[in-house]
Design a binder for this molecule. Structure first.
Ligand SMILES: Cc1cc2nc3c(=O)[nH]c(=O)nc-3n(C[C@H](O)[C@H](O)[C@H](O)COP(=O)(O)OP(=O)(O)OC[C@H]3O[C@@H](n4cnc5c(N)ncnc54)[C@H](O)[C@@H]3O)c2cc1C
Length: 383
């Protein structure tokens, strides 16, 4: 058991932190206030290597792993959870292509995505199918060598800005009558494919969330990612591992923000002739913020290491996601209280942290869904 980062990881972490301080921190409040998604930063994120850090060099990536990827996301999310959301959803679509795509699809799509020249997304959720994945109604039918897609997706990150979206569609049923879904890459500008309503969210502003409308959208047969009928496995693997790891990274970043802001405020704010950091009740808040941050981080890297060793890590990522999202809500509420009246003033970022943390709970599956996964695994392992 080794809790140390390698020298390369330490250097990377520093590079990500420097980037976040220089390019993200100064603008994070304005992106939130203006609900602006900073697409203008995307090519710089490509140059930094973060977008394709987990992608092999032959496809334009850095050739490292998801561990280094989440390390970068934590640093970005420390200042802007919304930007981290935008980046990770792009990576979620890329991961589906990398893990399940053909050689041609990888060579065709991944280099520009690593460079930040094109934006990717993954669309599963529908009005009747969020937690209930089998409730998806979007269909794809093979007609004269093309998949013709009809339906509507909702709550999709990067909906209005993605160049390529991996969309799960119902393509048939198995012999027990259960719906089979297929993942299909749909490019922006394909006739009949357009974004619908753009949502205005409580938090995670700085990322775009909205509907996708598909009306007789015809795409080549070779746009299928993985096997026909294999879409649910692709969605479950990528959301279960890449998606939940990323939501954990985002919430770990929020927790670190709470920790740093609470320490700074408690040292600066003088009451009764001394900083409030001398008051034991304030120290209790700081201790709890530290625990929420470090526990989230530990669960994140534990789950990531299980995945890197090639073992299934679904329950580990569910534990990390559940704990960290709830921890981020707790830590931001606690930090607001520690700051007294200042905590609710917009000049400080804590109100934004609370909104971002709340908005993180359902993305990648709600807390109830995570607990169902954890309980299922526990009942198997401990019975
Ligand atoms: C900011 C944001 C970004 C998102 N980005 C994407 C994206 O890029 N792509 C994508 O496909 N989706 C995306 N989503 C959708 C997200 O995955 C869904 O919101 C999530 O799966 C929950 O689905 P739902 O919102 O339909 O809630 P519902 O499934 O309708 O749940 C409603 C309530 O019922 C509870 N519930 C549901 N089933 C059970 C059960 N079996 N037992 C106990 N309680 C249950 C839930 O916990 C919740 O409290 C995003 C969501 C958000 C908020």
């Amino acid at each position: 058991m080794d809790f140390k980062l390698t020298e390369e990881q330490m250097l990377l972490k520093e590079a990500f932190r420097d980037f976040a301080r220089a390019e993200v921190a100064p603008h994070a409040a304005a992106w939130d206030e203006e609900d602006h998604c900073p697409v203008e930063l995307f090519s710089k994120l490509g140059e930094l290597g973060l977008l394709g850090i987990f992608v092999p060099e032959q496809y334009g990536g850095v050739g490292l792993s998801h561990t280094e990827r989440v390390m970068g996301l934590v640093e970005i999310a420390r200042y802007s959870a919304g930007l981290a959301m935008f980046i990770f959803t792009h990576q979620l679509g890329m991961a589906a292509i990398l893990d399940f795509g053909t050689e041609e699809q990888k060579a065709n799509y991944l280099p520009d995505m690593c460079a930040g020249k094109t934006i990717c997304g993954l669309a599963v959720t529908e009005p009747g199918g969020g937690s209930d994945v089998a409730g998806q109604k979007t269909t794809a039918k093979l007609v004269d060598g093309k998949w013709v897609i009809n339906g509507r997706k909702c709550f999709i990150t990067n909906s209005h800005i993605a160049d390529i979206t991996i969309i799960t569609c119902k393509t048939g049923e198995n012999d027990k009558g259960r719906a089979l879904f297929t993942a299909i890459a749909v490019e922006k500008g394909t006739p009949g494919f357009q974004p619908g309503r753009e949502e205005h969210k409580l938090g995670l502003k700085g990322s775009v969330t909205g509907e996708l409308i598909l009306n007789q959208v015809a795409v080549p047969e070779e746009n299928v990612i993985g096997k026909v009928g294999g879409g649910t496995s692709i969605a479950m693997k990528e959301i279960g591992e890449v998606g939940r790891a990323s939501m954990t990274a985002i919430c770990t970043g929020i927790c670190r923000g709470c920790l740093e802001e609470s320490v700074k405020f408690a040292n600066d704010r003088v009451l009764y002739g001394k900083p409030i950091s001398k008051l034991q009740a304030i120290q209790f808040h700081i201790a709890e913020n530290r625990l929420d941050y470090e526990t989230s981080e530990l669960l994140l890297y534990k789950a990531a290491s299980v995945k890197e060793e090639g073992f299934p890590a679904t329950a580990e990522f569910s534990m990390a996601k559940y704990f960290s999202t709830e921890a981020a809500v707790r830590a931001s509420k606690r930090t607001i209280e520690l700051m007294g009246g200042y905590g609710v003033i917009d000049e400080y970022p804590i109100g934004r942290f609370l909104r971002d943390a709340m908005a993180s709970i359902s993305s990648g599956g709600t807390s109830e869904i995570q607990k169902i996964i954890i309980a299922g695994d526990t009942l198997k392992k401990y019975s």
